[in-house]
Design a protein around this ligand. Structure first.
Ligand code: DX5
Ligand code: ZN
Length: 223
């Protein structure tokens, strides 16, 4: 029996002049988490949000805040983001030589510990720290920007990570991020994903936020 699908809109494509309203619209359309893309202009070319955005989000929603740290030294930011109200802190394996220790630190700060990897990094890189992960994120685009095309070759990687998690009896969420749309979401679900990030498909849907969420939910309900 598959776990219920978790939908995590990424505010990277939201209208920041109306952030609270946009989050409220998503929340009332039925979402599970809010995904926050933190980029440092170094690990990835783009520069986005710091802990203050999480602090402001925490005031307008009680949903879990799923913070994705695309930064070179994530260790320096764990405490500031945890104190700002992050619920999940996801770090890139490429930035954490001692990933198991990093995940343990995240748990000690009272957050769920997430581990992710770039498209070019093999799934095997996750293995040493996997037992300490509450969430594993498979990137389905090169991180940096919303609105990029889904990489279909990542579906096999999702299936490998699903097998690795099942193999160690892990109940971690398997999240996917990048190019998730009504056309791509079901394939990732079939490969074993159970948490889905989407920015453009939700915040840039031509018929609005609720329509974007409804379209993704419909696509997920197709067996
Ligand atoms: C990519 C970010 C994603 C991004 C997804 O670097 O990690 O969370 O916002 O955007 P879409 O869903 O538009 O591909
Ligand atoms: Zn992300």
């Amino acid at each position: 029996m598959k776990r219920a699908a978790v939908l995590a809109p990424s505010i990277l494509s939201a209208d920041f002049t109306h952030l609270a309203e946009q989050v409220a619209a998503a929340e009332s359309a039925g979402i599970d988490w809010i995904h926050v893309d933190v980029m440092d202009g170094h690990f990835v070319p783009n520069l986005t949000m710091g802990p203050f955005i999480v602090e402001h989000l925490r005031r307008v929603t009680s949903l879990p805040l799923d913070v994705h740290l695309m930064v070179t030294n994530p260790e320096d930011l764990l405490e500031p983001f945890a104190h700002a109200g992050a619920s999940h802190l996801t770090v890139h394996v490429e930035t954490c030589p001692q990933a198991a220790d990093t995940l343990q630190r995240i748990r000690a700060l009272g957050c769920k510990a997430g581990l992710t990897l770039n498209p070019a990094t093999p799934a095997e890189a996750l293995r040493p720290a996997l037992p300490l992960a509450d969430l594993v994120l498979v990137m389905t685009v090169h991180p940096g920007y919303s609105g990029q095309a889904f990489m279909p070759e990542m579906v096999a990687k999702i299936a490998s990570v699903r097998a690795m998690l099942d193999g160690i009896g892990s109940g971690a969420w398997l999240e996917v991020d990048g190019g998730i749309s009504a056309l791509t979401i079901a394939g990732t679900r079939r490969a074993g994903a159970d948490a889905f990030v989407a920015a453009n498909a939700i915040f840039r849907h031509p018929d609005g936020i609720a329509a974007g969420i409804g379209t993704l939910r419909d696509a997920l309900s197709v067996p």
